[in-house]
Design a protein around this ligand. Structure first.
Ligand SMILES: Cc1cc2nc3c(=O)[nH]c(=O)nc-3n(C[C@H](O)[C@H](O)[C@H](O)COP(=O)(O)OP(=O)(O)OC[C@H]3O[C@@H](n4cnc5c(N)ncnc54)[C@H](O)[C@@H]3O)c2cc1C
Ligand code: SF4
Length: 523
């Protein structure tokens, strides 16, 4: 469209772009800028997000808008209940263009493919200049990842991570890693020792703004998953900062050691609980890494914890974002293992005797959070072994976690958990029997199943499911140098034992009640 000269520059700020350092605000003057923030129905419902997730995002947006106004910015804030709310970003930008006749729209690229596709249509829709800026809150740009990935057959995080270490200089001693090792993950797999009693992170009482959003969510999204009984997430930069401070002061020291541990009733353990704030834009990821590095340099935290924390952020977080953009849109429909089983209903109700699963689902329901190993080795492992439908599993993860945005959820779920990409991300499927969970948690002690029992009544279902999975994917996995050797164990068992495993798995799979339609998406 031909561009006409009108008024100020319109700067739409999306719900996960809540920082004054945003590229679209940089260098702008307050009298020549109208900031647009929009609560829209499409975004709140494209999957039926956990009630705490919607509350978190809307409350953080409202607090951020107030903060911008206090700082003198002109903010046009559209609430969900605005009677003329168009329900979509594009519809709301169209209304804002009517109201403000901007000479240009400057927006930072969206985190999610779906939203970015809509933004890229704006130049054809609106009669003003549209500038889409890179999201430089990430350390690696989308192009940088593409340049790294181009021509590779496998895309291991480890090599990308080393590039990020070199780029940022984090934990580097010249061109060598501090301590002469890039990755101390092997030190970070200690099983829990009884009750862990990790220090409590700060919990925040909802203020008036949050209470208003909670009432809105209870009213408009009452059929969404999750409880709002204890909404305690940080919703402002100050609260997020307090959470980060507490983590560095009290929990970073043991973050590494117990990164993979799971303890009944201790939902946070030594994890940072910062993902919601980082993903919203309330905390800067690089700044957090520099602070972790400073704690190591000051002798306040061990290298395995600090390297582990930094790797999660400049390694995994950056990597999955690059991976998402490199493999979208195909990643969404990849299904290399042809997984088709409907997601069991207990993912939504928590109603299962498998204690590891019921505990992880309870935490998910009550807090919109479960930590990494629960997501990967309990909830994900079950979905992988049972062959649950990739789409159902993706929708579940996207809906239930307060930190879930497709750019970070999808690579973790489709590629890491479900191996749906056929091994581009992971060198082997993260498949495990009950032994792993028994070693890394205290769940099994009180479970109705026994991890020591391999088949039949009372056997931990992960045991026969593991072999059922291995057997049905033999053709593909036997060639895999990291997992292929397992088939000699399988073959040595003999036919009768194998049959016992397979029958036991099938008998268990037959008991699974599929989730009704309508939990994750409008029915
Ligand atoms: C199946 C599955 C789904 C996941 N979905 C999400 C999601 O939707 N959103 C999300 O932010 N994280 C996701 N993760 C990654 C991880 O589980 C969460 O980031 C973490 O549990 C958040 O809690 P924390 O802040 O206490 O993390 P910590 O354990 O303290 O880790 C520190 C930070 O590292 C980053 N991080 C750690 N692991 C990953 C990872 N695998 N990918 C990206 N960033 C990582 C996060 O920013 C996190 O805050 C998923 C992992 C799995 C296995
Ligand atoms: S016995 Fe099996 S199902 Fe029960 S808690 Fe342990 S791993 Fe989970």
């Amino acid at each position: 469209m031909a561009t006409q000269q009108f008024g100020a520059v319109l700067v739409p700020i999306l719900g996960d772009q809540l920082t004054r350092d945003l590229a679209s605000l940089r260098g702008r003057t307050k009298d020549d800028t109208v900031i647009l923030m929009m609560e829209v129905w499409d975004e709140a419902t494209y999957v039926k997000h956990h009630k705490q997730k919607i509350t978190l995002i809307f409350s953080a947006m409202r607090h951020f808008a107030a903060d911008l106004r206090d700082a003198g910015w002109q903010v046009d804030y559209v609430k969900l209940t605005d009677p003329d709310n168009a329900g979509s970003f594009t519809g709301e930008v169209a209304r804002a263009v009517e109201r403000h006749s901007p000479r240009a729209i400057h927006i930072v690229e969206a985190g999610e493919w779906r939203v970015q596709q809509a933004i890229e249509e704006w130049p054809d829709k609106f009669d003003c200049e549209i500038e889409i800026l890179p999201d430089d809150r990430f350390i690696a740009s989308i192009t940088e990842f593409r340049d790294w990935a181009e021509g590779r057959e496998t895309f291991r995080m480890e090599f990308f991570y080393r590039e990020m270490r070199r780029k940022t200089g984090l934990l580097m001693d010249g061109d060598k890693p501090v301590g002469d090792q890039w990755n101390l993950d092997k030190e970070n797999r200690k099983p829990p020792k009884g009750e862990m009693d990790a220090p409590q992170r700060p919990l925040f009482e909802p203020d008036a703004v949050t209470r208003e959003v909670i009432a809105l969510v209870e009213d408009k999204f009452s059929d969404h998953f999750g409880s709002l009984e204890h909404f305690e997430w940080p919703v402002t930069r100050e609260e997020a900062e307090e959470t980060a401070e507490a983590f560095f002061a009290e929990r970073l020291t043991k973050f590494g050691d117990y990164q993979d541990a799971m303890v009944h009733g201790e939902d946070d353990l030594w994890h940072s609980m910062l993902s919601t704030s980082i993903n919203l834009g309330l905390l800067d990821p690089l700044n957090l890494c520099r602070r972790a590095e400073a704690a190591y340099e000051a002798g306040e935290a061990p290298l395995n914890s600090v390297e582990g924390f930094i790797r999660q952020i400049i390694g995994w977080r950056e990597y999955v974002r690059g991976f998402y953009w490199y493999f979208m849109p195909g990643l969404e429909s990849d299904n290399a293992l042809n997984a088709r089983r409907a997601l069991p209903e207990f993912y939504w109700t928590g109603d299962t005797d498998m204690r590891c699963l019921s505990d992880s689902i309870r935490s998910t329901h009550n807090n919109a959070h479960a930590h990494h190993i629960q997501r990967l080795m309990v909830l994900g492992n079950f979905a992988l072994l049972a062959g649950c439908n990739t789409r159902d599993v993706q929708d579940w993860y996207l809906a239930v976690y307060a930190d879930a945005y497709e750019w970070v959820e999808l690579p973790n779920v489709a590629a890491m958990v479900l191996y749906a990409d056929g091994g581009k991300l992971a060198s082997k499927p993260y498949a495990a029997s009950g032994n792993y969970i028994n070693k890394m948690s205290n769940y099994c002690k009180e479970c109705r199943y026994s991890p020591a029992k391999k088949t039949g009544e009372g056997a931990c279902p992960f045991n026969p499911l593991y072999w059922h999975f291995m057997d049905r994917h033999r053709e593909r996995l036997e060639q895999n140098h990291r997992i292929g050797r397992i088939y000699s164990t399988w073959d040595r068992m003999g036919e009768e034992k194998q049959r016992d495993y397979l029958d036991s798995a099938e008998a268990f799979l037959d008991t699974l009640v599929p989730a009704a339609k309508g939990w994750a998406r409008q029915g």
